[in-house]
Design a protein around this ligand. Structure first.
Ligand code: GTP
Ligand code: MG
Length: 198
């Protein structure tokens, strides 16, 4: 699939304020600073469609982007970090989980994991929560330009064995680097196939 056009539609504070639509959507979630907004810019071939920052906690709202007039990409706030401490962190967590549980046209969640780390506690907890709530998700490893292939494979293996403790089958896994522009085609093909199957 080729992305011919991508339009920012709106930022919402809560799932109830999100665009009313039946079009399928794909939301990007993961620890703060993992590279969600950067990946959206890379996929859409736009430098500043989604706002990025080198310090965590940049995205604080639910951001909808309409792609090819046919489906939505959604940039979510990250979990695990906020500048203003615990109460805002709780609030963001609530925005995210509420969105995931209530958004009817959410086709698939893209869970972004930093390729530099082995299965981290906060990500494992989140994955378990997705499992308990029956949320369909795929895994995207980000920032693979920052480590060797061997190291990346070791870290991916750690996730695989963690997942196989609870799941019989592993979700699809995508290997990406927004900086080195790697992994776009596989992700867009997956979205195209999912759209066609709906
Ligand atoms: P929050 O909105 O704060 O949750 O963060 P985010 O997950 O949207 O991360 P963002 O895209 O803003 O990127 C965070 C930082 O990581 C920025 O400094 C990016 O330039 C950097 N970054 C993102 N993707 C990559 C990548 O593939 N490789 C490298 N080397 N850096 C990346
Ligand atoms: Mg962001």
């Amino acid at each position: 699939m080729i992305i011919k056009n991508s339009i920012f539609i709106k930022s919402s504070q809560d799932v109830s304020h999100c665009p009313k639509t039946d079009l399928p959507e794909y939301a990007f979630i993961g620890r703060s600073n993992v590279g969600k907004s950067s990946l959206i810019n890379y996929l859409t071939n736009r430098k500043r469609l989604a706002k990025t920052s080198s310090s965590p906690g940049k995205t604080l709202l639910i951001n909808h982007f309409l792609i090819n007039d046919e489906w939505y990409l959604v940039d979510l706030p990250g979990y695990g970090y906020t500048r203003t401490g615990k109460s805002q962190r709780g609030e963001l967590q609530h925005i995210i989980t509420n969105y995931i549980q209530k958004r009817k046209n959410l086709s698939c969640l893209f869970l972004l994991l930093d390729a530099r780390h082995k299965a981290q506690e906060i990500d494992r907890k989140f994955i378990n929560w997705l499992g308990k709530n029956g949320v369909p998700f795929v895994i995207v490893f980000t920032k693979t330009d920052k480590l060797s292939r061997e190291q990346a494979e070791k870290n991916q293996e750690a996730y695989r064995s963690f997942l196989l403790k609870s799941w019989e089958e592993l979700p699809p896994v995508f290997i990406t680097s927004a900086t080195k522009r790697k992994g776009k085609e596989d992700i867009l093909n997956f979205i195209e196939k999912t759209n066609n199957s709906l």
